[in-house]
Write a protein of this length. Structure first.
Length: 258
């Protein structure tokens, strides 16, 4: 079976690396696109069986390509190619033909292509899978499911700790730090506080100020403070205090149901 693949990634080195790996598969013909718009135009012209789709891109993200492909009579299959950590990647396993973790391993790529070949051998050519459509419709906007465990650097390794064990997530210079009862651990795979808010949506974390998220389930007490702010005391042995900014007090109280 001859496969016509489209590699979509805003980073040229990543596209070139995957194209190089695909050269080991003579039945695969690969072209490239650097943006979601370029990808949609290429797919609309036809002749694309498989899209290797990066997720995080500036402007329109990878999901915009998935959404746009739904309007076609015979959209291609999609394989996510992402730098997300393994625990986050599991959220995608049921929602696409396959996924590849950067840097792409040749053996893993071969297995992915074999899976795609099996799917494309069906007749008539398949539409986007029901799983992908569920992904696109979930929460009104596609995206990874909320984290229940957080990847952190611990003792030179990457450990996964339950989010319930985290008191605070705070920005510390150019990194995020997860504060537990006993440790301060550098977060892995969460570059900004905004990204942490996105991935923890639906859980008990609240952005108390510009630099800190607090776990509402781990608050011991709070009280009004000066200038309309609130002072929150966490339920840890150190009785760690966090300030709720004045413009966030109302939402804070609503989150607590008061």
């Amino acid at each position: 079976m001859h496969l016509r693949a489209l590699i979509v990634d805003d980073e040229a080195p990543a596209r070139d690396e995957l194209a190089y790996l695909l050269q080991a598969h003579p039945d695969v013909e690969a072209s490239q696109a650097a943006t979601a718009q370029e990808a949609l135009e290429a797919i609309a012209r036809g002749g694309v069986d498989l899209v290797f789709q990066d997720i995080q891109m500036p402007g329109q993200d990878g999901f915009a390509v998935l959404e746009g492909a739904q309007s076609l009579e015979h959209p291609p299959l999609f394989v996510f190619v992402t730098a997300f950590d393994q625990h986050a990647i599991r959220a995608f396993e049921e929602n696409a033909a396959d996924y590849l973790l950067k840097p792409v391993a040749p053996l893993r790529l071969a297995k992915s292509l074999e899976r795609v070949r099996r799917l494309l051998s069906d007749a008539p050519p398949p539409r986007l899978s029901d799983a992908i459509e569920r992904l696109l419709s979930s929460a009104g906007r596609p995206g990874p499911r909320p984290l229940t465990r957080l990847a952190v650097e611990q003792g030179g390794r990457i450990a996964l700790i339950p989010t319930a064990a985290i008191l605070i997530i705070e920005a510390d210079e150019k990194r995020l730090v997860a504060v537990t009862e006993t440790e301060r651990l550098t977060c892995h795979g969460l570059p900004t506080l905004a990204k942490a808010c996105e991935r923890l949506a639906g859980q008990s974390f609240f952005q108390a100020n510009r630099a800190q998220l607090v776990n509402l389930e781990r608050i011991a007490e709070f009280a009004p403070w000066h200038s309309g702010k609130y002072c929150v005391t966490m339920a840890d042995p150190a009785r760690t205090e966090v300030t709720v900014s004045r413009n966030r007090v109302r939402e804070f109280k609503e989150k607590l149901g008061i």
